[in-house]
Write a protein that binds this ligand. Sequence first.
Ligand SMILES: [Zn+2]
Length: 427
Amino acid sequence: MEASGYDLLLKGGRVICPASGIDGQRDVAVKDGRIAAVEATILPSSARQVIDVSGKLVLPGMIDTHGHVYQYVTGRFGLPPDMVGVHSGVTTVVDQGGPSCMTLPGFRKFIVEPSKTRVLAFLSAYLVGGLEGHFYPNLYSPEGVDVEASVRSARANKDIVRGIKGHAEIGGFARWGIKVMELAAEISRRSDLPLYVHFGQLWGLPESGVNGEDADTILERVIPLLRPGDVLAHPFTRHPGAFINEKGEVHHVIRAAMDAGLKIDVGHGSHFSYRVAKLALPAGVIPYTLGADMHGYNTEIPEVPVPAGTPEEHHDDENHPFKGQARFSLTQAMTSMMTLGLSLEEVVPMVTSHPAEMLGRSDDLGSLAAGRIADVSVLHDDRGRFVLRDNEDMRITTERLLRPAFCLRAGERFEADAPILPAAIAA
Ligand SMILES: [Zn+2]
């Protein structure tokens, strides 16, 4: 290679790329926005710019499978895409059910196109998309679903739409039974895209018992509607109607569902509880992907005021589905998994190769193989004693903390300087 053949060289980091079977010290060269080479040693003189990343982790650009970035359209949910994306070290964010068949054109024009972050979506099964359903559950009845229109929209926009989003939770089931989930599954089948199913109480009352509905039966009734590759979300939620029944046991159908090819996404956010995770993980509930599920309710956003006229909220109420706010990031969710006993080597695929597969994009995302688009995440791997807390305000101590340093998105560098990133809190 002649001098200055490469645009950029990331030198001396620990490269972990599960898709190409690499875990070790490597140099990564970038040229024209693509990965040019990954080698044990690449001469610094071969690149115009060299960044010393020794002591850091160098991963394929991280993919957050569960974001909420339809800013200004989805009430308080939508965060600025680049704040949860490239400025948090994440190169691809998947909006889970923000846009719908009716609002996808706006999502493309005002979110996908102007963002530096690659933004994809799981299309909402509901006509209105992901609005503030806990305020207005009646928008989410079976009458609010148009299978035909949603299938057409998904098929015509596959560059953005990589799945369908639906909710299986007791508030909806007690009102209308399983009908909405059947429609969501039909949209998913007919558009040949995976269905991502939210579990755990969300839309508040009515609770178990109303209209003969029992939260603990939702999972076993929904699973038969699903196909291999579909996604069960929020395994570690503290809300009823999910993976852990009211007796505190892991639901008996989970193991069989995983064996049948259903995938589990953490969907960390407001739904994550260390108490529940400590029950579920040892019982074999191992997530396949790790969405951060950050939105305007659960994320402390110093710089973004709530738009005037947004409905009033009382989210300090003990029963509010999104109780509690904190600074957060996908890397914090990784740390949280490692603190629960998963290894770094198990967690990295959950934000790289596995989500690429979930998106049907293994051929271009989630790998550092030469020739790929240069989406790269570089993380600090800090040792010490740090405090983490969940939405039940349970605190745990960790000795290893991952933090984003910067990322490359198609070779362009973005610092991890988002105001929502948590500070490292020493224990
Ligand atoms: Zn969510």
